[in-house]
Every structure is written in C-alpha cells, then in structure tokens.
Design a protein around this ligand. Structure first.
Ligand code: PFF
Length: 476
C-alpha cells in the first residue's frame, strides 16, 4: 500500500506550465463548450451567467485550491492522498473515503463522457467529407451540407443516435486514444498531449469566435449572454449553476488531486489555482460568444438544449459562408477539449490501481479504460435498442432518465457534491493549519478569507446542491 513516502520516485510534471496546461485541459471540456452554453441558453442567459461566476469565485476557486493542495501534500491517488493529509494533521484516515467517492465518480463520468465525445468525433469525420466536397468543387469557403434542407440535417443526428454500431465505434476510438495517452505516463503521455492540444484549442477558439463576431449576430449574442433577466432565474437554475461549476472545474472527481500529486514543492498554489479557475471560466464565456452569434445569425433558438451544439450548429454551418471549414474546425476543437478532460478522468482511477493494486501503468490504464468503455456501451445502447430502459426508475428525480442521463445525474447531482462537501469540510475543519499555510503560500487576511470560504461558504453551498438536487420538491 502506498504511504506518504512510497511514491517519492513517481513521475512529475516537467514545469509549472506543463501542470497548468494539463490542469486547464482537465477543466476545459465538453462542460464548457457543450453544457455551459446549453444551460445558459435554457436558463435565460445573463442572470445564469452571473450566478455561475459567483459560484466559481465563492466555492469553485477555494475547492480547486484545496484539491490541488491535498494532492501535493498527500502525494498519491485521490483516496490515499486525503488519508495521508489526514494522518499528517493527526486526524482519522477515514476521510480518504471521500477520495474513493471522487475516483468512482471519475470512472462513471468517463464512461458517458467518451460516448458524447464520440458524437463530436463522428462530426469531425462528417465534416472532413464535407470539406473534401467543397474543396473538390473549387470553393473551400462554401457552406457545409450543400443543398440539404434543415430537416435533412436534423435527421442526421437522429440517424446517428439510431445507429448503435456507429455510436459504439466512435466511443471505442475515443476511449482508445484516451487510454494510449494515459498509458504513456505523466510526462510522455498526459503532459505532451496537453502541450499540443491546449494551444491548438485556444487558437481555434479565438479564430472561430472572431469569425462569429464578423459573420454572425455578435451584438445579439452579447446581449443574450450578459444582460441579466432575473425573472428567468429559478431556484432550479441556481442549483444547475452550482452543479455546473463543480463539473466544469473538474471538482469532486479525482482529477485535480491526482494532478496535484505530481507537482513539485516549490510552486505557489494559490495563484496557480486562480489561473485554472479563471481560464476555465473565460473559456465557458468565450464558448458562449463563439456559439450564440452563429446560432442566432440563422434565427435558431438559443434554448435548444443538448442538441444546440450537435444539431443547431450544423444547421447554421449549412447557411454560413465558409461553413464547411468552420464546422470542421469547430468539431476538432470540441474533440481536443474533450480529450484533455477524458485523460484526467482516466488518470484518477488509474492512479488508484497503480498505487493500491501495484499494477504497471501500461496495464492499469487499459484495464480501467476498458471497464469504463463497457459501461459506455450501455449508455450508447440507451439511445436505440435500450431506449426504454430507465435504470433509476425507483428514484423520483432520475425516474425518467435514460442510461446516459442516469449516470450523468447520479454523478453530477449526488457524487460530485458529496465529494466536494467532504473535501471542503476536511480542508476547512480538519486539515492542519500550518500545513495549509505552507501549502497554499497564503497568510494573514488572504488565508483567513480562504478558510472562511472553504469552511463555511463551500460546504453550505454544496450541501444545498445535494439537498435540492435530491429533493427538488423543496425548491418550489
Ligand atoms: N471539466 C470537464 C468539462 O468541463 O468537460 C469534465 C470533467 C473532467 C469532470 C475531469 C471531472 C473531471 F475529473
């Protein structure tokens, strides 16, 4: 079993920026590009955005700092790290249980995350053909899907979902790439992948946003995203904003603790945590500014829901100049964002298998990825052959959920908040104060502010997510 000292020889990040790229890559993902615009669209735009930002600042940031700090001080997988820090603080190692919840959550999220990322991969391939077609016709800046009606493009998504073979194939490809990178190790796998994909991601994000600003309904999108209409802000929307902040920052799911464990002792953690939270939030907002001008320009509904990215955008790309090229670049961008996140989802459980079971990384990564792949197959089949299966039918709030939504609901509404509650209570009330000061590099008023947020604000807010997530009846 791994104790505090037994991992001294483990691999680490080669620099601060390597860690930052990997951690920002973990945070920035489908949550930013697919879920955030969807939720903002469904919940009236500006007011939701404001509440979301407040959630990130008041509980997201302190939790990011806590998790990275616990990882660095505990130097092991998420469960063992928390237990190690508890020992160092003279408290019960049982707090490690919350790390166990994090690892299980990561494993379950990975299973459906890879299925959704597979949709993006499918569209990358579709767009390569579209691009080939328009280039073949001599006009690389033509729209995509020439001649297809809106209904025909809408039908494409239906066809994809009705086709288990295609869904599973894309899911398999995406998972295989994730496994190969994680099996390559912290330095040669994760760090190298993030170092290539994250800069490319930012270039694409900036490029497509500028394209939208010039060709799309940019002013309308800015108004939609930043003019708060508080009448649209329901308690359910506040609850969604809190949950989204946890998911988007990769909290409660082992990623940040595990990545923190590979950090050197000299790095100042507070500013680093600030950069992760800031970058993730900026990307979410930028994604809104990238997607809504395009969707609004062709008169589509910003509140389309989960099909916003996979159906509304292709319809828009069919009507916009250069739509074939932009569409291709857009789905590549989603693919990169999803891959750097799925890597971090796989690394958490893989680290546990390496540390606790003693398997080599090259065996552990495919084993964990393979198991998550099998659960993901059930998620994919939930769209076709098992479309009437409701795995959590006994649980009123999840009773209507298909297989993928059940796992999403169970992790997002129950497990992540539970883990985040444990981590905030542990850091705020149990962790040794001297150790905390030394790890964060904070002192005086800043340390007091951090402690106030992590000991009081975060647990109360997270407990509310849990309570209202489980008993939404209390909200009305
Ligand atoms: N933060 C990722 C996103 O926004 O898509 C999802 C995620 C990654 C959640 C890693 C949890 C995690 F550990």
């Amino acid at each position: 079993m791994a104790g505090a000292g037994s991992t001294a020889g483990r691999e680490g990040w080669s620099s601060r920026s390597a860690f930052l790229m990997a951690a920002i890559g973990a945070a920035v993902g489908l949550g930013n590009i697919w879920r955030f615009p969807t939720l903002a669209g469904e919940n009236g735009g500006g007011a939701f955005v404001l509440v979301y930002i407040a959630c990130v600042a008041l509980l997201g940031l302190p939790l990011v700092l806590s998790e990275v700090m616990i990882g660095r001080a505990g130097r092991s997988d998420a469960a063992t790290s928390i237990a190690n820090v508890a020992s160092q603080s003279g408290k019960s190692r049982r707090w490690g249980m919350f790390g166990g919840v994090e690892i299980l959550a990561a494993f379950l999220i990975l299973s459906f995350y890879s299925v959704v990322a597979g949709w993006a991969l499918h569209y990358v391939i579709v767009m390569i053909f579209e691009l080939g077609e328009v280039v073949g016709q001599g006009s690389p800046f033509a729209p995509a899907f020439a001649g297809d009606s809106q209904d025909a493009i809408t039908g494409r998504m239906g066809e994809l979902f009705a086709n288990p073979g295609e869904l599973i194939l894309m899911h398999a490809l995406f998972m295989a790439v994730t496994v190969m990178i994680v099996a390559g190790g912290v330095h040669n796998g994760i760090e190298r992948a993030a170092g290539i994909m994250m800069p490319a991601f930012f270039v694409l994000l900036a490029g497509i946003t500028i394209y939208g600003a010039f060709t799309g309904a940019f002013a309308e999108a800015v108004t939609f995203l930043f003019t708060p209409d508080f009448s649209r802000l329901t308690p359910v929307a506040v609850n969604e904003a809190l949950g989204q902040a946890l998911f988007s920052l990769s909290l409660g799911s082992a990623a940040l603790i595990t990545y923190g464990a590979y950090l050197g002792d000299d790095l100042k953690l507070a500013p680093t945590a600030g950069m992760i939270a800031l970058a993730d939030t900026c990307v979410a907002l930028m994604s809104g500014l990238m997607i809504f001008p395009i969707v609004l320009a062709v008169g589509l509904d910003p509140a389309a829901g989960p099909v916003l990215v996979f159906q509304s955008l292709p319809i828009a790309f069919a009507q916009m100049p250069g739509g074939a090229l932009i569409g291709f670049l857009f789905f590549i961008l989603i693919f990169f964002a999803a891959l750097t996140s799925s890597i971090s989802l796989l690394e958490g459980p893989t680290a546990l298998v390496i540390d606790r079971v003693g398997l080599r990384r090259r065996i552990a990564a495919p084993l964990v990825g393979g198991a998550a792949f099998l659960i993901g197959i059930a998620c994919a089949l939930g769209y076709n052959v098992w479309s009437d299966v409701r795995p959590l039918s006994f649980w009123p709030i999840f009773a209507e959920n298909d297989i993928l939504d059940s796992i999403d609901g169970l992790t997002g509404k129950v497990m992540l908040p539970l883990a985040a509650l444990g981590v905030s209570l542990f850091t705020g009330w149990r962790m040794d104060r001297g150790l905390m000061a030394a790890q964060t590099g904070l002192s005086g008023a800043r340390l007091a502010l951090f402690r106030g947020l992590i000991a009081w604000v975060a647990p109360v807010a997270v407990a509310l997510i849990l309570l209202f997530g489980l008993f939404p009846g209390l909200l009305v």
